[in-house]
Design a protein around this ligand. Structure first.
Ligand SMILES: [Zn+2]
Length: 308
């Protein structure tokens, strides 16, 4: 069975003044997937950009309107980390629409992967940390509104806490948020996820994977989700510029296999989003992100949702 991918040409849009956010990693990732012939074993879907109605299920309408009109004030723009422009607003909508489509396709096929997404620092009424719209939150709400899911689980293994997602779903038992992150890293002020595991700087493969193993199966069993969103950020990697953890390529592959295996074994639909990853060496970074897709290929033949 081919792997189900979601990709949009706008993902590779490069924001101005964003030296610390190598957004062109998205373009390089697609090249790496092509060079490794991974793309040959995938079916690619292009999403529609998220609409105002999609976005305002999660975000404050005044925030969405001001993003669309590019009228955020300088402090709000600084908090996001790059200035808005027509292409960047469109890209933010495309990434959120991509995760909505990824969720739908995961429900249809058991497993789907968005080649962008994971903007987990975006709150309901402001953006932060290179995140404009919280695509996973928008997707969870869209699929709930469509009546396709009730209970959702977010497994966020990006090295930074999924603070926006945690805040958006605080007090909402229909979306369980689980974050494993580096405690001594951005954001300085953490929100409360339903389950937080904060690891010390320098944590390597064994303790990292043990932390995941200690909670993953138990959380899936307890939450009994209709759909899991997995933020597969590669910034826990030892060579990541911002990560502060010490996970290897093999450690990332094993981590991804644990999440994929835990969901697919139980026939719980799984929607993966790319998440963070930071390096001046775009080749290495794109290869690091490609680990998820390679690992997923091994699971694709066995995937299939409850309904199929
Ligand atoms: Zn991150």
């Amino acid at each position: 069975m081919p792997l189900t991918l979601v990709n949009h040409p706008a993902y590779s849009t490069q924001p101005a003044l964003a030296r610390r956010h190598p957004i062109s990693k998205y373009a390089r990732l697609m090249e790496v997937l092509a060079e490794g012939r991974i793309i040959d074993r995938c079916v690619c879907h292009e999403p529609e950009p998220a609409t105002y109605a999609d976005l305002t299920r999660v975000h404050d309408p005044r925030y969405v309107e001001r993003v669309f009109a590019q009228t955020l004030d300088p402090a709000e723009t600084r908090r996001i980390g790059f200035p808005l422009s027509d292409p960047i607003v469109y890209r933010s909508r495309a990434a959120a629409g991509g995760t909505v489509l990824c969720g739908r396709l995961a429900l249809d096929h058991g497993l789907a992967l968005n080649t962008a997404g994971g903007s987990h620092h975006a709150f309901a009424d402001f953006g932060a940390g290179y995140c404009v719209f919280n695509d996973v939150a928008v997707a969870a709400r869209a699929l709930q509104a469509e009546g396709r899911v009730g209970q959702v689980l977010v497994v966020d293994l990006d090295v930074h806490q999924g603070d926006g997602t945690a805040a958006i779903f605080a007090g909402d038992p229909s979306v369980f948020t689980f974050s494993i992150h580096c405690q001594d890293n951005f954001p300085a002020r953490k929100q409360r996820s339903d389950l937080d595991v904060g690891l010390a700087a320098g944590t390597g493969d064994d303790p990292y994977l043990s932390a995941l193993d200690a909670h993953l199966d138990r959380v899936i069993e307890a939450v009994a989700p209709d759909l899991v969103f997995y933020n597969a950020g590669v910034d826990p990697h030892v060579e990541d510029r911002l990560g502060r953890l010490a996970v290897s390529d093999a450690g990332l592959a094993e981590r991804d296999a644990m999440v994929l295996g835990a969901c697919i074994r139980r026939r719980v639909p799984l929607a993966c989003v790319l998440g963070g990853g930071y390096s001046d060496d775009l080749d290495s970074l794109a290869k690091r992100h490609a680990i998820l897709f390679k690992t997923a290929l091994a699971f694709a033949p066995a995937s299939g949702s409850k309904g199929t």
